[in-house]
Write a protein that binds this ligand. Structure first.
Ligand SMILES: C[S@@+](CC[C@H](N)C(=O)[O-])C[C@H]1O[C@@H](n2cnc3c(N)ncnc32)[C@H](O)[C@@H]1O
Length: 322
């Protein structure tokens, strides 16, 4: 695959209000977007990857972008407009990719990127409830127009379902204690703020005493915040992230042109497993002609400069046919 220069070299950490695109050079190498092609950014965010994709397909190509989170679209639009090349943006779930493409009169595409999870801007905004270091309402919905909030989910799940989710989706070693503590706490008052949930988890796991943690640790000194796994699990449940990814993986072969490529960046082992199996099975079934033999990880420089890159895994697949 072609090497593309790394646009984020030389900076140390992601400033507040900015989202540094992860594995950008590797995504461009995997999708290899060419002038005149139609490409989709299924998770446009603030268009960090999309700007480069659109630049490559140019004025004769087209980019279609969508995001669950309507708040992202004006920022993405402003950045893409500066290029003067054709694009369109939609608020929506990438699980509905074929429907959104059909609405645009597009039957097949040459490339698609999904950069899963949440953006730095979503985490930085305390009102969204994604952050365990900023107090805010326990919302966690990427699409704030529908669905149950994290607070509503915490009020409704049984202790066993909570324990199971923390164990299966979060590999949380303290799943039993955290689930029990949440159920006990909600008997006295609803858990509605991120700070309340963090306190409950800390008390249940003795987090302060046992697990000194650092937000920007030196290499090798990282300790996970005691609430990190619980927050990630809640976010995955609130946004039905695994079900949406499964649906995207199911429809991909039908929307890709022969030779078209899909690239997916995941940050969670459950997501990466789904991508790996879908691409491997697609290769065996002849739907894909080539897939990434191994997940592509960020290099040392990017991992040092951007904490999000540390857990990122990129996989790609190429649609068969010519
Ligand atoms: C990691 S960010 C993408 C950042 C983007 N690549 C950039 O460089 O600016 C992931 C985005 O995907 C969106 N998202 C997550 N699940 C989605 C889904 N099922 N459908 C559409 N967008 C989704 C989130 O709202 C978030 O804005």
């Amino acid at each position: 695959m072609k090497r593309h220069p790394h646009p984020s070299r030389g900076r140390r950490s992601t400033p507040q209000g900015e989202h540094r695109p992860v594995l950008l050079a590797e995504v461009l190498a995997a999708l290899d977007p060419q002038p005149g092609q139609v490409v989709v950014d299924a998770t446009i965010g603030w268009a960090g990857h999309a700007v480069e994709l659109l630049r490559h397909v140019g004025p004769s190509g087209r980019l279609v972008g969508f995001d669950f989170d309507a708040d992202n679209l004006p920022h993405a639009r402003a950045r893409l407009e500066a290029l003067g090349c054709p694009f369109s943006l939609h608020q929506g779930n990438f699980a509905g990719l074929p429907t959104i493409l059909a609405a645009e009169g597009i039957t097949a595409i040459d490339g698609v990127l999904a950069d899963l999870g949440m953006s730095s801007m979503q985490v930085d905004d305390a009102e969204r409830g994604f952050s365990y270091v900023r107090d805010g309402p326990l919302d966690m919905r990427m699409d704030r127009s529908r669905g149950r909030t994290a607070a509503q989910l915490l009020a409704a799940l049984s202790e066993e379902d909570l324990r199971q989710a923390l164990h299966d989706l979060g590999d949380e070693p303290e799943a039993d204690r955290i689930a029990r503590a949440i159920v006990r706490a909600r008997q006295s008052a609803p858990i509605e703020r991120t700070a309340d949930l963090v306190r409950i988890i800390r008390e249940a796991t003795d987090g302060d005493a046992k697990q000194a943690w650092r937000l920007h640790p030196k290499p090798g000194q990282w300790n996970l915040h005691p609430a990190a796994r619980t927050f990630q699990v809640l976010r995955i449940l609130v946004n039905r992230e695994l079900a949406n990814l499964e649906q995207l993986l199911r429809v991909l072969p039908a929307v890709l042109n022969p030779g078209g490529r899909a690239a997916i960046i995941s940050f969670h082992s459950g997501e990466d497993r789904l991508v790996k199996v879908a691409f491997r099975d697609g290769l065996a079934a002849g739907l894909y002609s080539r897939i990434a033999p191994d997940p592509i990880r960020a290099g040392f420089e990017e991992r040092s400069a951007n904490p999000r890159a540390r857990s990122a895994k990129l996989r790609w697949a190429e649609r068969s046919g010519s």
